[in-house]
Ligand binder design. Structure first.
Ligand SMILES: [Zn+2]
Length: 83
């Protein structure tokens, strides 16, 4: 799996495991090259290889909720730069 650092586009690459992609299809059109970054396969292994997939999904969801709550808290305190 690859992730673009510029436009956050992600793409799965199942057929070219030996080829390292560096250019995002969207960004290369805007003359931005080398923005595509390979997501370490170990991250994929954690989410896909687990025998208890539900636990993994719950963990991710809870983490996102935590971030949301944290941002809400910061906003309430008037911390600048928080969406
Ligand atoms: Zn891109």
């Amino acid at each position: 799996m690859y992730k673009c650092a510029t436009c956050t586009e992600t793409r799965e690459e199942f057929h070219s495991i030996k080829i390292t992609l560096t250019d995002c299809n969207i960004c290369i059109a805007n003359n931005i090259s080398g923005s595509l970054q390979r997501v370490p396969s170990q991250i994929l292994a954690i989410t896909s290889k687990s025998s208890d997939g539900r636990l993994v999904r719950d963990y991710i969801r809870d983490t996102k909720e935590d971030v949301k709550e944290y941002k809400k808290e910061l906003t309430a305190k008037g911390v600048p730069g928080v969406e």
